[in-house]
Design a binder for this molecule. Sequence first.
Ligand SMILES: O=C(O)Cc1cc(O)ccc1O
Ligand SMILES: [Fe+2]
Length: 437
Amino acid sequence: MSEQARKTAQTLEYLTGFGNEHSSEAVPGALPLGRNSPQRAALGLYAEQLSGSAFTEPRRHNRRSWLYRIRPSAAHPAFTRVDNGALRTGPFTETVPDPNRLRWNPLPDPAPGTDFLAGLWTLGGNGDATQRTGMAVHLYSANADMTDRVFSDSDGELLIVPERGGLLLRTELGLLSAGPGEVALIPRGVRFRVELLDGDARGYVCENYGRPFELPDLGPIGANGLAAARDFRAPVAAYEDSERPTEVVNKFCGNLWAATYDHSPLDVVAWHGTHVPYVYDLRKFNVIGSISYDHPDPSIFTVLTSPSDTPGLAGVDFVVFAPRWLVGEDTFRPPYFHRNVMSEYMGLIEGAYDAKAEGFVPGGGSLHNMMSAHGPDRETFDRASAAELKPQKIDDGLAFMFETRWPITATAQAAGADHLQRGYDDVWQGLERHFRA
Ligand SMILES: O=C(O)Cc1cc(O)ccc1O
Ligand SMILES: [Fe+2]
């Protein structure tokens, strides 16, 4: 399967641009012109609107897509509860919020036959999915394709951050592929199936219950910089005309529900709109930094932001630490010691991260909750304090952060995991006093 999927992934076409009113048809003439709901849709298709915002939200935030499909989504039997596996949802109450610094190794390998959905494992989160506030941090580890089943998340959008292995995402709006170094976003409610391009796959997911991710304002940076809108890629319409029974699994207010359709629900022949999946290559990120002195705050590395109801205070920011030059004069160049009112979950896609000498590994992650003291470990502090300050290219890794205004509460499985690093505090041991009055 993955050989065929790999070929498919290599030849995918995309539409470009973030937030566009895109349109696409897999069969010429499938997309109605001049109206959304003709009395009889073209080619005998059914018209269906999928809303990602309330009908009445300001135009800037309004999101919806019109789908023209072989069968309407409404034609299905009752959904019934299925096992939630290792998926958890806000409110997170299994443990108390922990002020300690926490760090995990990668997830253990999953049992054979674990697909993307079965391989999702929740680390923690905040907010309340029923209130559409907050977020969850999940990891996934999979070794099998999803077959004859699709997933959709009513609780939020899914920002998928592959760390190992490429993914072919077959969505209602078409196909996307995303591998390590890229991120993919599946909007709230959009059905999709994941096939593995390289056998095994591992990565991270930010489930955002709040306002959909948008590009951050650029302020004095100007009209260009950070992630460029034109580098975001949306799929072109591609449909499955299959009468095979397909299980549709829906995450709804924290629980998984399933119904078996008598056909593939990935049967959208044409669509137009703004509620669309997309993929973005993090290597295209235009990194802005200091060209004089001091280490800037990591908000300049924001790829996407989900604003909360308070201006400037994100429900969650997605931040990337991409290859860049460091040139600061008389500057401690790695991330500084800090205590942050925001809460920081960090993951590593490849290589190393400049604040940690070891222990922070690809597929692992760290959680530095609100106000917890963290920053360079002792080895990094010693090295960077003595380093010769010539221009230096940091290009040995790709790290990211989900930074949120609310503390992240770990799930019971994360707080008690064997792969939780028990001695993490020790990385800050041995920072001697050097004070001389
Ligand atoms: O804790 C971290 O490593 C993330 C981080 C990076 C940085 O460059 C400045 C502040 C910050 O929280
Ligand atoms: Fe930090």
